[in-house]
Design a protein around this ligand. Structure first.
Ligand SMILES: [Zn+2]
Length: 544
């Protein structure tokens, strides 16, 4: 038999190398995959992949469709914006569709976008208005929340709806009324008899973390990020549940309206503010592309200090006359662009370095971070690997660090932003004593890790060893979790693995959280493990 080089899987093959049959198969696969992720994201608020990975699927789909336009499917993801409404809410048809925006990731994409805008016009007076150094662009932080539409008639809120798939959304009027930043009546004057105001419902990071912590303590499902929490909260069938969630709303646009009310995006936002709506104070009217790019860079660096998550900047051509003339493409307006931040990295402050002690006594450093959302997940700690890594990166407490997340791997610190180092930050000194038992922690020649020499007098090592002993791969004792091991050790019930087999039901039954039934169940589970295969036993003792 001859060894054969493995052909790369079709899903990884560059689009330009796909044969027509393969392209057809890829489009079918992508249609199913994207519909699946849309459903998880929009209807279940429980995404499985990061936004960046999702964007890559959509980009691949678009690239294949561009190369093989005759293969575009009737159910192509490029023809849909999001998911259809879930059961339980009545449907709302958006008379002016709520389209999504074209995305840009690189500066060059932004320049290309505005070059296309310039190419659209011919008259000298128009060209002067869209010139690279003069074009007026409203730049708005892109809140990572849930789009919603509020319909006001005679200044009164009559309908609230989610975006849904862009054409059909859900009637969430009762829920949206519970938001403090959504006025029941518009203030001031000058509003059209009928206007549908659009914006983003979001939750601030601190509120999200507090709620998630409460849910975790109560054993309930936790949410991956504030956006999912906001979406889940807004789409509660019981509005009294929504009312308890600290949701907020920023207005940034409009749909159907009975009369014009502004000549520019800036003027529209000012009107919204006059009418008592909340408008993002960080939005800025820029003049020329250079100003826009500078604003984006600035926001990318400071976004961790905002109380809510943003995932980019939305650029809108300020002049509504130019907007109207540019009009729409199939899925997105030609006058707006979402310039996203690099999705899987974020900057935040490292508040502390925590040292944990493992089963073999290894001291492992973990960065304790100011919470930040990286690729759709709130990150509060990241690995620093070991002593040498901290030194190599010269990571100091108080530093602004770059956090990176890749898939399900533990987030890592990839670098330090030296310009943001606070004055007086000292180089980190790795402890030479075990933080748990105070024994000497030594580093043997050639080893990366520093180890506690305390052995079994070290509580951390003893408890970790016991946890390993009862873990699923080893003795797998049902009902004896890590939490119990820690508590039993603390109270001196178990010091070494053999003690587990000497536990008494009556002693356990008297402990808080235990009763006669649960205690005798545990003893029965332990008894079941008195006979165990030799290899499991050796492994459980942690003998390498
Ligand atoms: Zn120790």
């Amino acid at each position: 038999m001859r060894a054969q080089a493995m052909a790369p899987h079709i899903a990884e093959r560059p689009v330009e190398l796909l044969a027509e049959e393969e392209a057809k198969g890829e489009l079918a696969r992508l249609a199913i995959a994207i519909a699946h992720h849309d459903e998880l994201y929009h209807a279940k608020d429980a995404p499985e992949i990061s936004d960046a990975d999702y964007d890559r699927l959509r980009q691949r789909n678009a690239a294949i469709e561009a190369r093989f336009p005759e293969l575009i499917r009737a159910d192509s993801p490029s023809r849909r914006v999001g998911a259809a409404p879930a059961a339980g809410f009545s449907k709302v048809t958006h008379r002016v569709p709520m389209l999504s925006l074209e995305n840009a990731f690189e500066e060059q994409d932004v320049r290309d976008f505005f070059a296309t805008v310039r190419n659209f016009f011919r008259r000298p007076e128009d060209l002067a208005r869209v010139a690279e150094d003069a074009i007026e662009i409203m730049a708005e932080p892109k809140i990572d929340g849930l789009s919603a539409a509020l319909r006001y008639e005679d200044g009164r809120l009559v309908l609230g709806a989610t975006r849904g798939d862009g054409v059909t959304g859900e009637d969430i009027t009762a829920n949206i009324r519970t938001l403090e930043t959504v006025p029941e009546r518009l203030a001031g004057h000058g509003w059209p008899d009928m206007i549908e105001i659009r914006g983003e419902v979001y939750m601030e990071r601190a509120a999200f973390l507090a709620f998630n912590a409460e849910r975790a303590a109560a054993g309930e499902q936790v949410f991956a990020n504030p956006r999912n929490f906001a979406a889940g909260s807004l789409r509660q069938l019981d509005p009294s549940v929504t009312a308890k969630r600290p949701l907020k709303f920023f207005a940034y646009g409009w749909g159907e309206t009975s009369a014009g009310f502004a000549r520019s995006q800036a003027e529209a936002l000012a009107r919204f503010r006059d009418w008592g709506l909340s408008v993002n104070p960080h939005s800025r009217l820029c003049h020329g592309i250079a100003e826009v790019i500078a604003y984006h860079r600035d926001l990318a660096e400071t976004r961790a200090s905002l109380p809510y998550d943003i995932d980019g900047v939305v650029y809108k051509i300020n002049d509504l006359d130019l907007q109207n003339r540019l009009g729409m493409r199939s899925r997105a307006p030609r006058w707006a662009l979402a310039h996203k931040f690099a999705a899987e990295q974020a900057q935040t402050v490292m508040r502390d370095i925590m040292i944990t002690v493992g089963r073999q006594g290894t001291l492992t450093p973990t960065a304790m971070l100011e919470p930040v959302t990286v690729g759709g997940v709130v990150v509060q700690r990241a690995t620093l690997h070991n002593e040498d890594e901290i030194q190599r990166k010269d990571a100091r407490i108080g530093d602004t660090v770059i956090v990176q997340r890749a898939g399900d791997v533990i987030p890592q610190i990839v670098g330090v932003v030296l310009e943001r180092r606070p004055p007086g930050a000292e180089p980190y000194k790795f402890p030479e004593k075990c933080p748990v038992c105070d024994s000497l922690a030594v580093r043997e020649p050639g080893m990366a890790a520093r180890r506690c020499t305390g052995g079994l007098i070290c509580a951390a090592q003893a408890v970790e060893r016991l946890k390993h002993f009862v873990s699923r791969d080893n003795f797998d004792i049902e009902g004896l979790g890590e939490k119990h091991i820690g508590a039993f050790w603390q109270d001196g019930l178990i010091r070494q693995p053999g003690d587990i087999f000497r536990l008494k039901a009556d002693v356990i039954a008297e402990r808080e959280g235990w009763g006669e039934v649960s205690a005798s169940k545990l003893i029965a589970a332990i008894d079941e493990r008195r006979r165990i295969s030799l290899d499991r036993f050796i492994n459980a003792l942690g003998i390498p």
